[in-house]
Design a binder for this molecule. Sequence first.
Ligand code: SF4
Length: 412
Amino acid sequence: MKSLGVYVQIPFCASKCSFCNFSSKVAPQVELDSYLSSLEREIHLVASRPRTSAGRGRLIGRDLLDLPVDSLYFGGGTPTLLGGDGLRRVCEALRQHFRSADAPEFTLETTPGSADENLLAACRDLGVNRLSIGAQSFDDRELASVGRLHSGNDVERQVRLARHAGFENISLDLIAGLPHQTRSSWLMSLTRAIELEPEHVSIYLFEIDEKSRLGNEVLRHGDRYHASAVPDDEFMAAAYEQGQALLEAAGVVQYEISNFARPGFESRHNRKYWQLDPYLGLGAGAHSFDGCARWSNTVLTGDYAARVSRGEIPVTEWHALTESERIEEFFFLGLRQRIGIDLGAARERWGHAALEPWQSRIDVLVQMGVLQQSGGPLRLAPGHYLTSNEVFQEFLLSQDSAGSPLASALHS
Ligand code: SF4
């Protein structure tokens, strides 16, 4: 454990997209201002927690605060809603307490149209060097149908402004499976995204789950939120594969199930999640991991504010992983990456006996062609990225993993 990722959650948006299953919300400026003060307070509280005995291994885990921060990620939500001054206040609070590594990656999420020249310049001054833009689509009908406030042209304008401000690392998010999406509109979105020459692209499949208004309506076979215009699974699979092919041809190489990058521009921060490296989450609903335990802050912004105003660290869930849960996470998260996982290193870390129960299941999945291993790392076969959840559940079937939060998440 040599470095730390810090994630700052800003759970506010200018509008709520119908497909969104995050805990973000639209709120008046006064609530954003109050949240900003709570966030500063949480940073000071976390940083001034006792470093000995009772504080250890509980709530803040091991001494994460002493590690140099090599990735900082402001996500949400739409963090740019804080404006230059708000972002500066958060950065100053962090700089008071955290040690920066050399050349840290500093990512800021934004939506097209929500960061003008002045804000982008302020972000550059603060050290932001990676901009993640939620484009989602370049088709105006698709964007309007899910409640986005921007157009396809706004995405292009946002990228141009960011380049002009000096950003050399830009990521674009796209979603396959939005209402009214067709093969030709998806091809158009991919083509326009590639023409902008982003260093990084994420392709997500629209998730049909009850946590979003659109997902819930699709499950109910209703017609609100353009639910009846959501394309089917076959379309989504073809769209994903087309995205893989076009991005690869453009030199934007797939390195994880949903992520593609030009060599050297893979997200350092997200890699921490897949490689079980430590990260500290700050803000309402933010998650943390120290290598041994996972914990999360209360998701309700009112409860979050109340807790920190009482001088409490706002952690409401904490789970120390057993060794078998850690191994399980090593498999599920590691196999999301194209580089796969190093079983030799895993045996050194946990011992042969601990890995033994997994071997027969691995052998079966390798024989089925779902996993690949020819002397090197164990990998998900490229044709099975789309069915990765089913593959991971194969592992779950063979293990008693009901208590793992990750297992629960995979089942949900
Ligand atoms: S901008 Fe992002 S976080 Fe906000 S509602 Fe839309 S999808 Fe959710």
